[in-house]
Design a binder for this molecule. Structure first.
Ligand code: PHE
Length: 367
């Protein structure tokens, strides 16, 4: 049987704990019982003055009492806290009539918009969009494309090489999207070996490209769009018609003058730069009697076809490649290419496009 004084203490404390109106009152009770000079603590301290037998008995009683009080305090605390939360939730209602903070709509970046427009125009001509990795090997990016080891495009100051390799091929950041030509042709040649009929290749390849250049019109990371058509009967006439149609649709100028000028690329033969008519002084496109270089093109070199496993006596085709930043700058009068990547929200708001008005060929492309 517990001693009378401890019984009294317990009978006195438990109802008080159960009735504590809030957590502060409960804390006061806890301190009065179990605090440094609380009743139970004092009784514990007094144990030292007892005979061993009596000390043992009373110590055990005190421990039982202390546990009972501690549990009662914790239980009351939990009850008070959950009641407090319920009361707060009831009192603080969400006012759903408050007007929401305005959320300004984002805008489509001009580079993305140009890629969408290119995909819409070539899509209408039956091209599919194809993508490839930014990290390439030097055979896919150079060797297969008839770009020999001594070619300046391969030099350190032009291309970013990685401290890595794919087998015995060096890893690099692709300096043009033409690497996806290689991938597509190699894949196609493999497929042809297993099928009696293979559709022609007709792809565009939009994507990021890398060269170690940096000024107002060159960025170490930029975008290109490649094009590739391979079939049995593709001629230079197809190349010209396809690109003239593209340029007139893209620049929204049905009578845009387009000039094909003999040039050189290792992976095409013959090769041509494609120029459009413009006014050098005013920057106006389509009029003015000056010529502006827009893209590179040509008939895929027989060596390139053969490197990729395609018989050049059976198939031929054309390829082209253009810089996305360049044609975007021309169309929208953007003077410095670095602005594309500065993420200045004011600039993006001004030059960006509504996501609700996607690029669709039949609607034309407003300038
Ligand atoms: N790869 C060339 C460049 O980066 C562009 C090009 C592609 C030219 C395909 C001809 C044919 O400049």
């Amino acid at each position: 049987m517990p001693s009378d004084d401890l019984n009294t203490l317990r009978n006195d404390a438990l109802p008080k704990i159960g009735a504590a109106p809030d957590t502060e009152a409960l804390e006061d009770i806890r301190i009065a019982l179990l605090g440094k000079s609380g009743a139970v603590t004092q009784a514990m301290k007094a144990l030292g003055g007892l005979e061993p037998e009596a000390r043992k008995a009373r110590g055990a009683e005190l421990n039982v009492l202390k546990t009972a009080l501690t549990e009662a305090l914790a239980a009351r605390r939990a009850t008070l806290e959950s009641a407090g939360l319920t009361a707060r939730l009831a009192a603080q209602r969400i006012d759903i009539s408050a007007p929401p903070r305005p959320e300004p709509p984002g805008a489509i970046h001009p580079i993305s918009r140009t890629l969408d427009e290119i995909a819409a125009i070539f899509g209408a001509q039956g091209f599919a969009v194809k993508e490839g990795p930014d990290i390439e090997d030097d055979w896919t990016a150079f060797g297969a494309l008839n770009i020999p080891v001594h070619h300046p495009a391969r030099a350190m100051m032009d291309t970013f090489y990685l401290n890595a390799a794919f087998g015995n091929r060096r890893a690099l950041l692709r300096p043009h999207t033409s690497s996806v030509q290689t991938r597509t042709m190699v894949e196609w040649a493999r497929l042809r070996a297993t099928m009696s009929e293979t559709p022609p290749i007709r792809i565009i390849v939009p994507g990021r490209t890398y060269r170690s250049d940096h000024d107002a019109t060159h960025s170490p990371m930029f975008h290109q769009c490649e094009g590739l058509v391979i079939a049995k009967d593709i001629t230079l006439g197809h190349l010209k018609g396809c690109l003239i149609d593209f340029l007139r649709a893209y620049f929204d100028a049905p009578a845009l003058p387009v000039r094909f000028r003999a040039s050189y690329f290792p992976f095409t033969e013959p090769s041509m730069e494609v120029d459009i008519g413009w006014n050098r002084k005013t920057g106006e496109i389509g009029k003015g009697g000056d010529w502006l270089e827009i893209l590179g093109s040509g008939m895929v070199h027989a060596n390139v076809l053969a490197n990729c496993g395609i018989d050049p006596r059976e198939f031929q085709g054309f390829a082209f490649g253009m810089g996305i930043e360049r044609i975007t700058m021309l169309k929208y009068g953007i003077a410095d290419l670095r602005l594309f990547y500065e993420s200045d929200v004011r600039w993006l708001r001004h030059y960006g496009f509504s996501a609700l008005a996607p690029a669709m060929l039949h609607e034309g492309f407003e300038r």
